[in-house]
Design a protein around this ligand. Structure first.
Ligand code: PEP
Length: 251
């Protein structure tokens, strides 16, 4: 059975003082939960703080982006070895904000996925359609295209133990959530695509849902057979909300 995973995406929020309180609240709130793994993906400057504060807890940490390059003259970029230096377990790859605002292509996302894997940090690969694409009936085609770009580069073997996050762009930060049935349909399609290539790898991939997940809608989403947890934006900045989502995923 796949262990549920709930990951907070802090985006560009936080300060040393605010993070201290937030991490303490999360740490205390999830202590003793079983059947769920919890993690926070923090802005780069706060990786050291996350490492220091969470090292003796059950909460993992990671980053929200990385360079596709290993190292060198790439001003402003962050390499996977640097994330590994701070014991990051996860890194988000291909978030829709990076695709839309920073022009990250499917090909670049695939390179970042490979770079993370080769550096020992687990990528959380985000895929998702826009509202226009959904209204045009292109959901499966869009998701398959985003996934296939990474599959062509990494092969199905590169997905062993991987994490994929289905995040419909129209549900991110909007308060609109896909219904559990809408989400399950896409999660099932993602799993189906992987099953065609290798059923045992597909069975181990955790497919998270992301898009306005809150304490109030988490349990019904987690009840779906192919929803293995959540990638949480806004609600991950409030300890009680994030903890409640983790609790909804626990056994
Ligand atoms: C996200 O940014 O990954 C996200 C899911 O945001 P929110 O939960 O705020 O919709």
């Amino acid at each position: 059975m796949r262990q549920k995973l709930v990951v907070g995406n802090w985006k560009m929020h936080g300060s040393l003082a605010a993070n201290q309180m937030l991490l303490a609240g999360i740490q205390a709130g999830v202590a003793g939960l079983t059947g769920v793994e919890c993690a926070v993906c923090v802005p780069y400057p706060y990786l050291a703080q996350a490492q220091q504060q969470l090292s003796c807890s059950a909460v993992a940490w990671g980053a929200q982006n990385l360079s596709e390059q290993a190292q060198g003259a790439f001003t402003g970029e962050i390499g996977v070895a640097m994330l590994a230096d701070f014991a990051s377990r996860y890194v988000i790859v291909g978030h829709s904000e990076r695709r839309a605002l920073y022009g990250e292509s499917d090909a670049l996302v695939a390179q970042k996925f490979l770079r993370a894997r080769s550096g020992g940090v687990s990528p959380i690969l985000c895929v998702g359609e826009t509202l226009e694409q959904r209204q045009a009936g292109q959901v499966r085609e869009v998701i398959a295209g985003q996934l296939n770009a990474v599959l062509s580069a990494a092969g199905i073997a590169g997905f062993a133990g991987a994490v994929v996050a289905y995040e419909p762009v129209w549900a991110i930060g909007t308060g609109l959530t896909a219904t559990p049935e809408q989400a399950q349909e896409v999660h099932g399609a993602i799993r189906g695509l992987l099953v065609e290539l290798d059923a045992s790898v597909a069975a181990g991939v955790r497919v998270l849902y992301g898009g306005s997940v809150k304490a109030g809608n988490a349990a019904e989403l987690f009840a779906m057979p192919d929803i293995d947890g959540a990638l949480v934006g806004g609600a991950s900045l409030v300890a009680e909300e994030f903890v409640a989502i983790c609790r909804a995923a626990a056994l």
